[in-house]
Design a protein around this ligand. Structure first.
Ligand SMILES: Cc1cc2nc3c(=O)[nH]c(=O)nc-3n(C[C@H](O)[C@H](O)[C@H](O)COP(=O)(O)OP(=O)(O)OC[C@H]3O[C@@H](n4cnc5c(N)ncnc54)[C@H](O)[C@@H]3O)c2cc1C
Length: 427
């Protein structure tokens, strides 16, 4: 994170190097980071991981189980707070606070930085800050690997086809009809990765989920083809996976939170990255690809319908980035804009650019997120609208598969995780 005074806070994969880096700003925060990071990793391994790899427990049961152990009570204590108040109580230096809040915001909690009951995201973000990874060859390679595994196991995958309707006979899902008129029969079950307003509203003409609680933020992206990578005034930033440009105080993130909730575009605080630094296969030799993402309110989405508005916003983002990486202007070969509307058009499941298929407000999280099993027999949900939500984790699908296996009496070839047992064993 480059700072306005020409310095930069740099976080590393290596915890020790990160602590040393923070110590340059605050000895208190270096010590706080060291102990909270260690605690976060324990919480992830013993509490958060097992809970997320399992269907959500009923709220009362979850609380009772967690209350029985010191670790569980600590989790509840952290969860009860808002991310903003927790980060401010843990760290005293504004750069350190901002670095953590940036990581929380880019993980789609921005509008909820001030919402109590979402404090669990701070340990999640701390772990992610130091352990973020990039997929060589692009994320599509992961999808191709999954496709290969499914095909090897006997699956037939139909791509480039739009489902127009889920077919139901009586109270049972019997298959799907595609937009081109083909029908696919389901002998056992139908599983939809679309959020409830689409699964029910669009594919079943049942509009009882139309008041669904969507996220309030989205991402505006600018993607760049470059002759050379950005050269930062602080050279160390050139080898960072993510560079946060702007948003250098907790006040800035608090204002951004208020703005997004109020439907206003916040002050610029970009997540920038140069994937070719880690995966040169993405560009011709010596060249680079890069992108900048800015959190924006999801609505009103119509503001991005005008190219004038979108182009002006992209220019402002690139101008801001150039103040820290001055060669960016000359290095640019071309750029492409990806507004929330572009996300919605290319990925129709992300309505108005909601990349997590629904809000993470406590009213739409844990056992309040849509169930994997629907009231229609043989129809399941498996996408990010289900617990534990979006991002490239596979967990909603994993939990849905476990539920389907149980319901259909199938022998699972994996060992399903069990949150009850894991929480019951906590010390
Ligand atoms: C700009 C951007 C950046 C992101 N960055 C990251 C990141 O760095 N790390 C991370 O972990 N996550 C990131 N995400 C979030 C991540 O992409 C999502 O959380 C994830 O893709 C959700 O997966 P899903 O399978 O639940 O749903 P989706 O990915 O939405 O998949 C649902 C699929 O259904 C298809 N579909 C919709 N309607 C129909 C229909 N009628 N018939 C047939 N198919 C249909 C859609 O086209 C889509 O392919 C980002 C998202 C965006 C938009």
């Amino acid at each position: 994170m480059p700072l306005d005074d020409g310095d930069a806070l740099v976080l590393h994969h290596d915890v020790g190097k990160t602590i040393d880096s923070i110590r340059r700003f605050s000895a208190h925060d270096a010590a706080a980071f060291e102990s909270f990071y260690a605690e976060s990793m324990l919480l992830l391994r013993e509490v958060i991981g097992p809970m997320r790899s399992s269907a959500p427990l009923p709220a009362d049961e979850r609380r009772a189980l967690l209350s029985r152990s010191a670790r569980g009570r600590r989790y509840l204590e952290l969860e009860a707070q808002s991310p903003l108040e927790l980060v401010r109580s843990l760290f005293e230096h504004e750069a350190v606070r901002a670095a953590v809040l940036f990581n929380i915001a880019t993980r789609a909690y921005l509008p909820l930085l001030k919402t109590r009951g979402t404090g669990y995201i701070v340990p999640v973000a701390l772990a992610a800050m130091l352990n973020t990874a990039i997929h060589p060859g692009g994320g599509g390679r992961a999808a191709a690997a999954l496709e290969g595994a499914a095909t090897d196991a006997g699956a037939t995958i139909v791509t480039g086809a739009s489902v127009a309707r889920i077919d139901v006979q009586g109270d049972r899902a019997t298959g799907v009809t595609l937009a081109d008129g083909r029908t696919l029969r389901a002998t056992r079950f139908v599983c939809s990765s679309l959020p409830p307003p689409l699964t029910f509203g669009r594919l079943l003409d049942d509009h009882s989920h139309d008041d669904y609680r969507w996220q309030q933020d989205s991402i505006f992206g600018v993607h760049l083809a470059l002759r050379e990578p950005p050269r930062y005034r602080v050279p160390e930033l050139g080898s960072a996976l993510n560079v946060c440009v702007g948003g250098t105080s907790s006040d800035a993130w608090e204002r951004a939170c208020d703005d997004v909730l109020g439907g206003r575009v916040p002050e610029l605080a970009l997540q920038t990255s140069v994937p070719t630094q880690f995966d040169p296969s993405r560009a011709p030799a010596g060249h680079a690809t890069a992108f900048a993402w800015q959190l924006v309110p999801r609505e009103p989405a119509a503001r991005w319908e005008s190219d004038v508005e979108s182009n002006a916003f992209a220019s402002a983002m690139l101008d801001r980035w150039r103040t820290f990486a001055p060669n960016l202007g000359d290095a640019e070969i071309a750029h492409a804009i990806h507004s929330p509307l572009d996300t919605a058009r290319t990925v129709p499941s992300m309505v108005l650019g909601d990349r997590h298929h629904g809000s993470y407000h406590p009213d739409n999280f844990d056992d309040r997120r849509p169930d994997y099993a629907t009231p229609i027999r043989g129809l399941y949900l498996c996408g990010s609208s289900c617990y534990p939500g979006g991002s490239f984790t596979g967990l909603p699908g994993y939990n849905a598969a476990t539920r389907i296996a149980v319901d259909l009496g199938l022998t699972a070839w994996w060992t399903p995780q069990d949150a009850r047992t894991a929480l019951g064993k906590l010390a």
